[in-house]
Design a binder for this molecule. Structure first.
Ligand SMILES: *Cc1c(COP(=O)(O)O)cnc(C)c1O
Length: 366
């Protein structure tokens, strides 16, 4: 059996470090807003390359807090528009609509499955205040071209870095490229906690202070509430576990890339398209996607050999029932990707034999 993502096997690699650090937190008796969170925020900001990092409850909250804070600062207002790729996880869009802003769904680039400069330019209206750059599957989508367009139009770049921890663009990490970035530490992400967790990174000190206040009931001083905030905190146990796993992140991402390189070099099947990767620094393979018109048959063929696969994602956001007001909007690339994508196992705990078995099985599919 080759499971898609065996989290127990993955986390077993960091024992006994994890056990030791968790015991330390239990013994110390501080479970929220303590030393572990403070140190994780410092270490993660250092790793990403931003001045500030705020731990929070999850990746959705991180995105929501960024948009909410821009509203608090008078930069966004309800009814303003944010451009978002249609082929993302729903959280990217919910963070916009749950703030009373309007998502403008954009079609991704068919080659890379991430959003490109042309599609952003086409979607900009006078009400547009930001673009959400989702580094989908772990592939960077920031470019100087996009940055220049956004500067010219006076719109913010919000990075959704939930799938791309450790990814590079010209030597700088995703999460440090835009105005602010949201990170998810959902257990299955490249940097995954032992439960929910998230963070915002930014160089903007005003935004930082606003989010720091908002995420803890709008309070910087106990029982004084300057903003109508929420409760979205990273807890000490998660922060402690993330500190351990952050030390292994680069090695883990290297292993993912090694597997991806082997897949790209060895999978040869003319019914299947592989991801086109020109720059391996700019991809951390949170997902290794293949694209085929015969997805159901391929998934069954792999399953018969004990190889588990997933689909990211079967329904694009503009076709979700909760966004039925998007109505008849047609985004051909997002829709094509949703009906042809299949994700192969690709993670740091996978051994070479399993990689070989996946390759053989992909190549024996007719
Ligand atoms: C996982 C994910 C999120 C949400 O993160 P949670 O921690 O589950 O809230 C947001 N955007 C993308 C692209 C994701 O993959």
């Amino acid at each position: 059996m080759i499971p898609y993502l065996p989290l127990n096997e993955i986390n077993a690699r960091y024992n006994p470090e994890l056990q030791e650090t968790i015991n330390r937190v239990i013994t110390k008796g501080i479970y929220l807003l303590g030393e572990e969170t403070r140190l994780f925020e410092k270490e993660y900001a250092g790793y990403i390359g931003t001045r500030h990092c705020i731990g929070c409850g999850n990746g959705y909250d991180a995105l929501w807090l960024i948009i909410r804070a821009y509203k608090e600062l008078g930069i966004f207002s309800e009814g303003d528009e944010i451009i978002v790729p249609a082929n993302t996880f729903i959280a990217s869009v919910l963070a916009i609509t749950q703030n009373g802003l309007k998502p403008i769904f954009a079609d991704p680039d068919p080659q890379t499955a991430v959003i490109g400069c042309n599609e952003i330019e086409k979607a900009i209206t006078p009400r547009c205040k930001a673009v959400m750059l989702v580094h989908l599957y772990g592939r960077n989508c920031y470019s100087e071209e996009i940055a220049m367009l956004c500067r010219q139009k006076g719109i913010k770049i919000i990075e959704d870095n939930a799938q791309a921890h450790g990814c590079l663009h010209n030597g700088k990490r995703t999460g440090s490229l835009g105005d602010a970035a949201a990170h998810s530490f959902y257990p299955g992400k490249n940097l995954g906690a032992l439960g929910d967790g998230g963070a915002v990174t930014t160089d903007d000190s005003k935004l930082y202070e606003t989010i720091l206040t908002l995420h803890n009931y709008g309070s910087m001083e106990k029982y004084r509430h300057t903003l109508e905030g929420v409760n979205s905190r990273l807890d000490e146990l998660q922060a402690a576990a993330l500190r351990v796993k952050l030390r292994h992140l680069d090695a883990d991402n290297s292993r993912r890339k090694e597997i991806a390189r082997r897949y790209i070099a060895a999978i040869a099947n003319n019914t299947v398209n592989l991801p086109v990767v020109k720059d391996f620094d700019g991809h951390v393979f949170h997902v290794f996607p293949v694209f085929t018109k015969q997805r159901e048959a391929l998934q069954a063929h792999l399953a018969a050999q004990g190889i588990q696969t997933l689909i990211h994602y079967p329904v694009p956001c503009h076709k979700q029932e909760c966004y039925r007001e998007a109505g008849t909007l047609v985004l051909p690339v997002a829709e094509e990707l949703a009906s042809t994508e299949l994700s192969l196992p690709c993670h740091q705990a996978m051994n070479d034999n399993d990689v070989t078995r996946v390759i053989e099985c992909m190549n024996s599919f007719r």
